[in-house]
Design a protein around this ligand. Structure first.
Ligand code: ACK
Length: 370
């Protein structure tokens, strides 16, 4: 199996447009490590269609990999060669597969994974809540004019937490203890909007309903690109979505990806709490099981990176789901988005939406002028 790919690469030799010599790669600091291997930041010289030096991410297997791990890694690279590019999918740039150490060269996505981002947002919100006891002034949240005061008893739809300038908006029930900044009116979808602004080399940790919606849309967009090509991700989770400095989300880690419907025949670590009923019970994976995982990712976003089913043990999960139970609606999540989650978690795979349909539901509505 391994030889098949090595032989293929050798036959293709330089004709393989993705093949890069090891000498063109300078490995830098380690970005992360998983069961499979390691990801490093690196510089690459004269990649395909990229003259000069490019900062990239390089994935490689751990030292002394087993033959089947090598085979899977090379198979993953072969698959990536045919995927094409999309703004919401980490771009495959090249590989070293003629001789070990085998390397997979990918677009570098500079701000880490979405789960870490969400938890950082949560932490900032926590810090600000701690501090808010010290605030004494309160101004209303727009759409009213700047500086006018909030009518008594009126609930506020969203809050803005501005750590760097020590400005905080909180719902009016907390009005005695808050400072509020006017900003644009809430969207019709928004129930509660949190905006957290914290300087981190000019990168803001912000999460509001607009951003939640935008994240949901971007992930659906990337997944619809994979769905179109009948590629099943099989490990879609916030930890496998990367974020760049422009807040563009990129779906990453195709370590488990396969074409079409795939039945797992080997024992391996599974992302149990992201798996659909049929994936856990029957080992059947498809775009419809990715849709289930997408619902869990929406829940991760809505809870700012909580862990799913914290009170349910692994062995209890299937009976729990089979009894019709599902993750609860996160507080900051609108009924519309929770309805999408519940559709993603329908027991019958065929009844779940497609990524294309979700992308269209989540897309901003086009308005036509007469
Ligand atoms: O949260 P992180 O910094 O983002 O830690 C993980 C780690 O490697 C293991 O997967 C990071 N990582 C993975 N792929 C990339 C990439 N293409 N660009 C930048 N970082 C990456 C990921």
């Amino acid at each position: 199996y391994v030889d098949k790919y090595v032989e293929k690469s050798q036959v293709l030799g330089l004709a393989d447009i993705f093949e890069v010599p090891h000498s063109a790669i300078r490995i830098g600091r380690m970005l992360g490590e998983g069961a499979f291997g390691q990801v490093h930041e690196a510089t690459a010289i004269n990649l395909r269609r990229m003259r000069g030096t490019t900062i990239v991410a390089v994935k490689q297997l751990k030292p002394n990999p087993k033959a089947d791990e090598v085979a899977e890694f090379l198979a993953e690279i072969e698959m990536l060669k045919g995927v094409g590019t999309h703004n919401n999918v980490v771009c495959f740039l090249g590989c070293c597969t003629i001789k070990a150490p085998y390397l997979m060269i990918m677009e570098y996505v500079g701000k880490g994974n979405l789960l870490t981002y969400l938890r950082a947002v949560r932490q900032e919100a926590g810090k600000i809540k701690q501090r808010d006891a010290n605030y004494t002034t309160c101004r209303p949240i727009s759409p009213r004019a700047n500086g006018s005061s909030s009518p008594k008893g009126q609930s506020v739809n969203y809050i803005e937490l501005k750590a760097s300038s020590q400005t905080i908006e909180l719902p009016s029930e907390n009005s005695n203890a808050t400072t509020c900044c006017p900003r644009q009116p809430p969207s019709s979808l928004a129930e509660t909007t949190y905006t957290i602004v914290e300087d981190d080399e000019n990168f803001d940790y912000i999460l509001d309903n607009k951003e939640l919606h935008n994240f949901a849309l971007q992930i659906a967009n990337g997944m619809r690109f994979l769905e179109e090509q009948e590629i099943t991700h099989r490990d879609l989770a916030a930890r496998n979505v990367l974020i760049d400095s422009n807040k563009t989300l990129k779906i990453s880690d195709f370590g488990l990806s396969r074409h079409g419907i795939y039945t797992n025949t080997r024992t391996r670590k599974l992302p149990l709490r992201w798996l659909s009923i049929e994936a856990i019970r029957d080992n059947v994976y498809s775009s419809k099981s990715d849709i289930w995982a997408y619902g869990v990712v929406l829940w991760e976003i809505g809870t700012l990176g909580a862990s799913p089913y914290p009170t349910i043990s692994n062995s209890e999960l299937i009976p729990f789901l089979m009894a019709g139970n599902r993750l609860e609606r996160p507080e900051i999540c609108t009924p519309q988005v929770y309805t999408i989650m519940l559709q993603c978690w329908l027991e019958e795979p065929e009844e779940r939406p497609t990524f294309d349909a979700l992308y269209r539901v989540l897309s901003p509505k086009t308005t036509y002028v007469d």
